[in-house]
Each structure stands twice: as structure tokens, then as C-alpha cells.
Design a binder for this molecule. Structure first.
Ligand SMILES: [Zn+2]
Length: 449
């Protein structure tokens, strides 16, 4: 039963029920679970591993609720740099048809490393293309190597161009095959227990790339298996027009009719939800992954996050895929979430502390993880240690708010389940230089004509 002691943090941000911030704080964890949180004098002096957090703020690990990790092989593709969602997708789909198992694995390794360096301890991924033998297993393998918790969602596309859908036929799969593979990966990898390092979800890509029947059958399957469900919804005006033209209803109605509301469901974006749809999400416990950089990058609009939060909708932060962000810096994403609400509603629309809360507790609630999101006894020992002695925080009056308002965006240490993934600003669980060499080589291969 190894013990881990963190002590002497300038401030330890608990995100517990009373949102305690403890000066000179620390925590004791045993076997990956927090036993005690408090000032140094209240904690033991010895442990198997001791981390001195002098000059640092300690926060719960950040939680990423939406990503397409494979897309980091196609960052800043010229044809997709200045397009709206549908045009952007059509520029990238042909490139993505060439991805295979090696690309899925190495992109996940690099994406999870990038996230961990920004203090992320749990990441959700939405993988919805499986060309050339790629499988969900490939990214789960990468997550196990790097030691970040992964909620891998088995995505799908079944309506290609020849049937009036958006993606090329080569990226779609037959619906029976999709459902069979969902069952396979849930049975093989999903861990429902507290402290799970791997969970699996069911995730048809979007209303414009699958049939109504697949949406419905996916929901039935997910509920039968007791796993969560995820998709894209109401991302921009084109998306709303498409849903209305093809299905004769707004996205909220589409979701409700097909079983896609409830506390086991979370939708990415929801930029264009109206008041009635926000009420539906609040009533039903349906969660939202808010991806501010992607929404700005693709000109999708400003998601009504203030109203969602005020009405009681669960909201987490997502970096979204690295072809539409094009980074995976979760602390920067939390900052953008705060700034974007202020663009829409004024300087008091969201505080720095609320942005940090959405990125931690908010994400945990969206992913159904009551064992994560705060630093308090009984929770898992997932945390980030942020150095606040650098130039970006020099002169700050409030080191906690400064994490969002100033920086840094790189954690000194990131721990998951009481184990270091990042130490001294370096990923310690994998050879990141070697991974990046292979990543660049595979990206270059995709660029070849
Ligand atoms: Zn997305």
C-alpha cells in the first residue's frame, strides 16, 4: 500500500463541497486514493514518496470531455484553415481515409502527453473513423502506456455521400458491424468500478453522418451495457439547418426522440441550443462538452454556457480535435471558456475560479465520475502541480485566479491515481521524443500526394 505525500503548496485548491483553498496545504494518498487533505501540520511527515510543492499551486487534475486525438496528425492543414465546419470536414475526410492502427496509436500517445503536460488527468476521446484496420484498442493501448485515464468512445459514421451524408463512403461502416464492435470493445475494456483507468462509451459521430436507426440502436445498446453515450449536437447554423431539413425538427427534439437525453449522455458543442433545449438538458441531466477554441476556430458561435450553468446543465471543457483547435492545452481552453462568455455577456459573466471548476468538477460530473474532480478524502489522487514562480505569474495578487488569468499552462507535475505522469515538466511514462519522431513521420506520410 504505497503512500504519497504532497506538502507545502502555496495554495491547494480542493474543489470540495465548500471550495476550500488551503494555504501551505498538502495531501496524503494511499494506493491511489486520497486519505487526508490539509495544512502540513495536520499531515504525516513521512511517506513512500514525498512531493514538495513550495512555490506551486496544486489543483485537482483537469478533465477533458471532448477530443479526436487522431486529428493531431492533421493540424493546420492549409485547405481546412479558414473553412466552416462542413467545408473543413470535406477538406480533411480524404486525408483521414489513409489513417491506420499505427496512426491511431501514436496520435493518442502524443495527444495524451500534450494533455498531461497541461494538467489533464482524465481524457475522453471520440474516435469515429476506423479505416485500414484501425481499432479503438489502439488508443486504449496508448493510454495504458502513458497512464492518463481514458474514456474511449467508440464512434461511427454510416451515411456516406452516396446516401446523402457528409463523409465519403470509404469512411463509413455497415451499421451491424458498428454495433458488434461496440459490444466487443465494451466487453473487452470497460471498467465500471471507482478508480477506473479505462471506460468505454458509445458515440455515433453526428446527426449528419449516421441514421436515426443507428442513433436509437446505439442508445439501446449503451443502456443495456450500462455505458455512457456521446455525440456532436447543435454545433453551428449549418448543423441546425441540416437537422431541420433531414429530420424535420430541432436538435433537442432529435435527441429526445431517439433516447439521447439523460445523465448517461453528453453532447459536444451545443453552441446553438435554444432556451427550451437548455431546459430539457437541465431536466434530464444531459451533459455538455464545451469546446471554446474549436467553436471560435470554425466560426461556429458562442455556446450559451452561462445560461446552461444557471439552469443547472452539467458542463465540462473539451479541447476538441487537434485539427480544429489545433492544440490540446486544457488550461488554455479553460481560459478561453471564461473569455468567450465575457465577449458575449460582459466581464462578470464568468470568474477565473468558475472556469477552473468547470475544467475539474464540471468535467467529472459530465463523465459520470464522482470519484474524480476534487481533492478530498475518498477521491482518487489525480492532481496537477503548477509552478507560480515564473515570469507569467510574477507580481500576481491571487495565484489561484492567476492560473486562468495569467498562466502557467504547463504543469510541473501531473499525477494520476497517485502515480507521476509528468514530473519536473517532463512526461516520465513514455519516451516522448521517440513518440514525436514517429508522429511527425506518419503525419508527413499523410501529406504525400
Ligand atoms: Zn468534435
Amino acid at each position: 500500500m504505497p503512500t504519497l505525500l504532497i506538502r507545502n503548496a502555496d495554495v491547494l485548491v480542493t474543489m470540495d463541497g465548500t471550495r476550500r483553498e488551503i494555504a501551505g496545504g498538502g495531501l496524503l494518498a494511499r494506493d491511489g486514493v486520497i486519505e487526508a487533505v490539509g495544512p502540513a501540520a495536520t499531515l504525516p511527515r513521512e511517506a513512500d514518496e514525498i512531493v514538495d510543492a513550495t512555490g506551486c499551486v496544486v489543483t485537482p487534475g483537469l478533465i477533458n470531455t471532448h477530443h479526436h486525438m487522431y486529428q493531431n496528425l492533421t493540424r493546420a492543414v492549409p485547405a481546412g484553415q479558414d473553412a466552416l465546419l462542413f467545408g473543413w470536414l470535406q477538406a480533411l475526410y480524404p486525408i483521414w481515409t489513409r489513417i491506420g492502427p499505427d496512426e491511431v496509436r501514436i496520435s493518442a500517445l502524443v495527444a495524451l502527453a500534450e494533455l498531461a503536460l497541461s494538467g489533464c488527468t482524465t481524457a475522453s476521446d471520440h474516435l469515429y473513423i476506423f479505416p485500414n484496420g484501425a481499432r479503438l484498442d489502439d488508443e486504449i493501448d496508448a493510454a495504458r502506456e502513458i497512464g492518463v485515464r481514458l474514456h474511449a468512445t467508440r464512434g461511427s459514421m454510416s451515411i456516406g455521400e452516396s446516401d446523402g451524408g457528409l463523409p465519403p463512403d470509404a469512411l463509413t461502416e455497415p451499421e451491424p458491424d458498428i454495433l458488434d464492435d461496440c459490444i466487443r470493445v465494451i466487453d473487452a475494456f470497460h471498467d465500471p468500478n471507482a478508480g477506473a483507468m479505462i471506460r468505454v462509451g458509445v458515440a455515433p459521430c453526428s446527426p449528419f453522418s449516421v441514421s436515426r436507426e443507428l442513433m436509437r440502436d446505439s442508445a439501446l445498446l449503451a443502456r443495456d451495457k450500462g455505458v455512457m453515450m456521446h455525440t456532436h449536437l447543435a454545433e453551428n447554423d449549418e448543423d441546425i439547418v441540416h437537422t431541420q431539413e433531414r429530420f424535420g425538427c430541432r436538435p433537442g427534439q432529435f435527441a429526445e426522440d431517439l433516447g439521447w437525453t439523460g445523465d448517461d449522455v453528453w453532447h459536444a458543442h451545443c453552441v446553438k441550443l435554444d432556451r427550451a433545449e437548455i431546459d430539457l438538458f437541465a431536466r434530464s441531466g444531459t451533459g455538455v462538452a464545451h469546446c471554446p477554441c474549436s467553436n471560435m476556430r470554425l466560426g461556429s458561435g458562442i455556446a450559451p454556457v452561462r445560461l446552461m450553468r444557471d439552469q443547472g446543465v452539467k458542463v465540462g471543457i473539451g479541447v476538441d480535435g487537434s485539427a480544429s483547435n489545433d492544440g490540446a492545452d486544457l488550461m488554455a481552453e479553460a481560459r478561453q471558456a471564461m473569455l468567450l462568455q465575457r465577449v458575449a455577456l460582459g466581464a462578470d459573466a464568468m470568474s477565473a475560479r468558475e472556469a477552473l471548476e468547470i475544467a475539474t468538477l464540471g468535467g467529472a460530473s459530465v463523465l459520470g465520475r464522482d470519484d474524480l474532480g476534487s481533492l478530498s478524502p475518498g477521491k482518487r489522487a489525480d492532481f496537477a502541480v503548477w509552478p507560480v514562480t515564473g515570469i507569467e505569474t510574477s507580481g500576481t495578487w491571487d495565484p489561484v485566479a492567476a492560473l486562468i488569468l495569467c498562466g502557467p499552462h504547463r504543469a510541473r507535475d501531473t499525477y494520476v491515481e497517485g502515480r507521476a505522469v509528468v514530473r519536473g515538466g517532463q512526461v516520465v511514462t513514455t519516451d516522448l521524443d521517440a513518440a514525436m519522431r514517429l508522429h511527425r513521420k506518419l503525419a508527413a506520410r499523410l501529406m504525400e500526394p
